[in-house]
Design a protein around this ligand. Structure first.
Ligand SMILES: *Cc1c(COP(=O)(O)O)cnc(C)c1O
Length: 405
C-alpha cells in the first residue's frame, strides 16, 4: 500500500534508517562512550534477530511463560448498548504480569543474555517497567538494578515490594525532585560506568537508536496476533484500530500489524484536566520538535525549551514526549493522534468493568474512551482496541478518588 509517497509493503525494511531515523525523528544523541555501547547493542540485535535459535527461544518463552497468544474479545454488551458499531479488545491484560510491557522486557533480557551481559538496568516511575524487567531478569538469572526516586518509592509501595520479591535491587534516588527525571539521570550515570557488563533496558519505543526499533519489533507480536485473530473471528479487517500512547510501545506494537492495510489508525494521548500546559501529557497533539533523553521527536517544552511538567490520571502515560516513529507517522498522516481526558477515561473504566467483566488499566481506558466516542461517529463497522493492561494496580487510586460509584 502506498500512502503519501511511502510504500508500506517495504516499510519495516526502510524504517528506521541504518542510523536510526524515521524521517527526521529518532537518532542517537548521547555521549560518545554510550554511543559505542548502543552500536554494540544494535550490531548484536541485527545478528541475533535473524538467528533461528533466538527466534525459536523467544517464541517458546511467549507461549510457555507469558501465555501468548493473548485472545481478542468481542465487547458485545458494550457495543450493543451504544448502537451498531462492534468493539473488540486485544487482551494484553492477560499477558503475564498484566500488561504488554513484558513483551519487550523478555526480548531485551534475552538479548542481554545472548550478549553475555550479567545485568540489566533501568529507571522506573510508577514501577510498571521495573516490575516487568525484574520479572524478565529473574527468568533469565540476570542481576537487575532499578533506579527509582524516593517520592515514587513511597507512592508505589506494592510495585517496590514486587520488584524486591522478584530479586531486583531497587536503587533509591534522593536528589532533586526525587521522581522519574532524576531516576533517568541516575540510571544513565550508572550505565556509563557499567556498560561493559550490563545493558540499559528502555521501557517504551523511545530513547536512542536502536531502542525505538527494537521495542517496536518485540511489541509487534501484539499487532500480528490481533490481525490474524480478528480476521479469523470476523472474516475481515477492522475499520479502525485504537491504542493509547504514552511513550508509544503498545501502540506501535498494535499498529505495526495494520500499517499496510486500509484501516484507520488512532493513537490516543491523555488530555488529563485540560489543554493548558501542565494539565495534560498530549505531546504529539500540542508539542513541538526537540531532543530529549537521547532522541529527536515531538515534545512538550516549558518556556526555557526544557521538558515541560506533565499530568495524566494514568501514571504510565505522563511523559513529555513520544517515540520518534509516532512523530514520523503523525507528520505523514498515516496515523491520527487525538485525546481522551480524565473524566471520559474514568467513565470508560467503569463501563468496561461493569458491562464486560474486564477491569482495564487507566492507561488502556483512554483507548476505550476514544473508541466509544468514535463508535458514535461511525454509525457502523468495527473497532479493534489494544487493551494494554489490567487495572489491578489502579484499585487503590480509583477507590480513593472516585469511590465505588
Ligand atoms: C506503561 C503502560 C502504558 C504506556 O506505555 P506505552 O509505551 O505508551 O505503551 C500503557 N498501558 C499500560 C497498561 C502500561 O503499563
Amino acid at each position: 500500500m502506498n500512502f503519501n509517497g511511502i510504500n508500506f509493503d517495504t516499510y519495516f525494511r526502510n524504517y528506521p534508517s541504518m542510523d536510526g531515523y524515521f524521517g527526521k525523528y529518532g537518532g542517537c544523541y548521547i555521549p560518545d562512550n554510550l554511543k559505542k555501547a548502543m552500536e554494540e547493542i544494535t550490531e548484536a540485535y541485527f545478528t541475533i534477530c535473524k538467528s533461528s535459535k533466538f527466534i525459536a527461544e523467544l517464541r517458546r518463552i511467549r507461549k510457555e511463560f507469558q501465555g501468548r497468544p493473548t485472545p481478542v474479545s468481542h465487547l458485545e454488551r458494550l457495543s450493543n448498548s451504544m448502537g451498531n458499531v462492534q468493539l473488540y479488545v486485544k487482551r494484553e491484560d492477560l499477558n503475564h504480569t498484566g500488561a504488554h510491557k513484558l513483551n519487550h522486557c523478555m526480548g531485551e533480557a534475552l538479548l542481554a543474555k545472548y550478549m553475555g551481559k550479567k545485568k540489566v538496568i533501568a529507571e522506573t516511575g510508577a514501577g510498571q517497567h521495573g516490575v516487568a524487567l525484574a520479572t524478565a531478569a529473574a527468568y533469565f538469572g540476570l542481576e537487575c538494578d532499578i533506579y527509582m526516586g524516593s517520592v515514587d518509592i513511597a507512592k508505589q509501595a506494592p510495585n517496590v515490594a514486587r520488584m524486591k520479591i522478584l530479586g531486583a535491587n531497587v536503587v533509591e534516588v534522593t536528589h532533586g525532585l526525587k521522581t522519574l527525571k532524576e531516576a533517568v539521570d541516575a540510571a544513565f550515570e550508572a550505565y556509563s560506568r557499567e556498560y561493559k557488563d550490563c545493558i540499559y533496558c528502555i521501557g517504551s519505543a523511545l530513547g536512542p537508536h536502536p531502542f525505538p526499533m527494537m521495542v517496536r519489533d518485540f511489541q509487534s507480536v501484539v499487532g500480528i496476533e490481533a490481525r490474524e485473530q480478528f480476521m479469523e473471528m470476523t472474516g475481515e479487517l477492522p475499520d479502525a484500530v485504537v491504542a493509547c500512547v504514552g511513550g508509544g510501545s503498545n501502540a506501535m506494537g498494535m499498529f505495526s500489524g495494520f500499517l499496510n492495510d486500509p484501516v484507520d489508525i488512532y493513537g490516543i494521548e491523555p488530555l488529563g484536566r485540560g489543554e493548558k500546559l501542565g494539565d495534560h501529557a498530549a505531546s504529539l497533539t500540542y508539542g513541538t520538535e526537540g531532543i530529549m533523553h537521547g532522541f529527536n521527536s515531538i515534545m512538550l517544552k516549558d518556556e526555557n525549551g526544557e521538558p515541560a511538567p506533565v499530568y495524566s490520571v494514568a501514571s504510565g502515560l505522563d511523559y513529555p514526549s513520544s517515540g520518534p516513529e509516532h512523530a514520523f507517522l503523525r507528520d505523514l498522516g498515516r496515523i491520527k493522534y487525538d485525546v481522551a481526558n480524565d473524566d471520559e477515561t474514568i467513565d470508560a473504566f467503569f463501563k468496561l468493568s461493569r458491562m464486560e467483566g474486564i477491569i482495564p488499566a487507566i492507561e488502556s481506558s483512554h483507548a476505550v474512551a476514544y473508541a466509544m466516542k468514535l463508535a458514535k461517529k461511525m454509525e457502523r463497522g468495527s473497532i479493534l482496541i489494544c487493551l494494554s493492561g489490567r487495572g489491578d494496580k489502579d484499585m487503590d487510586y480509583i477507590i480513593e478518588h472516585y469511590g465505588i460509584k
